[in-house]
Design a protein around this ligand. Structure first.
Ligand SMILES: *[C@@H]1O[C@H](CO)[C@@H](O)[C@H](O)[C@H]1NC(C)=O
Ligand SMILES: *[C@@H]1O[C@H](CO)[C@@H](O)[C@H](O)[C@H]1NC(C)=O
Length: 352
């Protein structure tokens, strides 16, 4: 009897060890097992920037970068993540996961774009055209951050059989027509290059709307633009276009809104909750008289700063007072006069 139990225990232990052999993708990305896809993308993008071998001096960066890419590839895919959660890395049919292509879906095929830095050392190389795409985003997305995925059908040149003329230049040549008689004329001189044909490649690109980005801000995917037969492809540029919001208006880091209140609330005070762009409630309390056009400032309830996530602008609320639409009886009018204690006074002024 005892022996059997022991054998069973050993098998269970071995099983546990086998699962342990796979990498812990959640730990690698520093996210919890219940992380949303948004959190996973965010973690990947931030870590890939730190550990990219071109940017990191850490000798282990290559391996770390590879692990991060593998973790992202699995956890970002619903099916793969399910298998991984159930059976660990071993369950994923022994596929080795790379991460190079995953990286370029965020940053473009030529490495880091970082929103518009010039590529160096390419002055002589001809480039294909840039492609600009305007993306409509909501104020909520600019407040909270969001990921936008798109599929780009990208034309690329592929080598094919045969040759073609390339790198053509014009050269002046001289021809002797007779004694002492010369003619000069331009002649095209070309190299011979392998033939190329255009094919269409489908590329998944992922764009992060980062909190606090401004209207018109651009993000550049290097090398994802139009191809050039003798040079590098251009860039694919995403430009943010903000949709109008029904409640808030944005000016740089500040938000503006109008609230209409009744004359009763304007005179006696009120409490209300204003729903912000991420759903949190902003409490607006007045216990003094509010005049039509009064503005209150609520500090740090504006937009997040793009380069400083923890800092925020302010929220400005302008009040509009709605007057009652009714005629007061002489007694009611007298009561109001007594209550307000104001004199009957009018004055005309130049309102310009
Ligand atoms: C508030 O009202 C003013 C005047 O009607 C208008 O010009 C402004 O656009 C409004 N602001 C918002 C955020 O709706
Ligand atoms: C505002 O929200 C708070 C917390 O959710 C709640 O306790 C309060 O009653 C709300 N006030 C109003 C005026 O709705």
């Amino acid at each position: 009897m005892r022996i059997y139990i022991l054998v069973f225990l050993v098998a269970a232990l071995l099983g546990a060890l086998l699962v342990e052999c796979g990498r812990d993708f959640y730990k690698i990305l520093g996210v919890s097992r219940s992380a949303t896809r948004h959190q996973i993308k965010k973690a990947y993008r931030a870590l890939a920037m730190i550990h990219h071998p071109d940017r990191s001096s850490d000798p282990d960066s290559e391996e770390k970068f590879h692990d991060i890419g593998a973790a992202y590839e699995v956890l970002n895919d619903k099916e793969k993540r399910k298998i991984y959660d159930e059976r660990g890395e071993e369950g994923l049919s022994g596929n080795r996961h790379g991460g190079g292509d995953v990286f370029s879906s965020f940053f473009g095929g030529f490495g880091f774009g970082f929103g518009g830095g010039q590529r160096q050392g390419h002055h002589e190389t001809p480039r294909g055209a840039d492609v600009l795409l305007e993306v409509l985003v909501t104020l909520e997305e600019l407040y909270n951050g969001e990921f936008v995925e798109f599929l780009r059908s990208k034309p690329v040149y592929q080598e094919t059989s045969g040759t073609r003329k390339c790198r053509c230049t014009s050269k002046m040549v001289t021809r002797q027509l007779g004694p002492g008689q010369f003619q000069m004329f331009p002649e095209e001189v070309c190299d011979s290059c392998p033939n190329k044909r255009l094919v269409t490649e489908e590329r998944n690109l992922e764009f992060e709307i980062e909190p606090g980005m401004s209207n018109g801000q651009q993000y550049r995917f290097n090398g994802e633009g139009e191809p050039h037969i003798d040079g590098d492809p251009g860039d694919f540029i995403v430009q943010i276009q903000t949709n109008k919001h029904v409640i808030f208006e944005r000016k740089e880091h500040d938000l503006y809104t109008n609230i209409s209140i009744t004359l009763r609330d304007a005179l006696t005070g009120f409490k209300m909750n204003l729903t912000h762009l991420d759903g949190h409630k902003v409490s607006v309390v007045k216990d003094t008289v509010t005049a039509h056009g009064d503005i209150i400032t609520i500090l740090n309830e504006g937009m997040p700063f793009y380069d400083h996530y923890t800092r925020r602008g302010n929220l400005y609320i302008t009040f509009e007072v709605e007057f009652p639409v009714k005629t007061f009886s002489p007694t009611e009018a007298e009561n109001i006069v007594t209550l307000l204690g104001q004199n009957s006074e009018q004055s005309a002024y130049n309102g310009l």
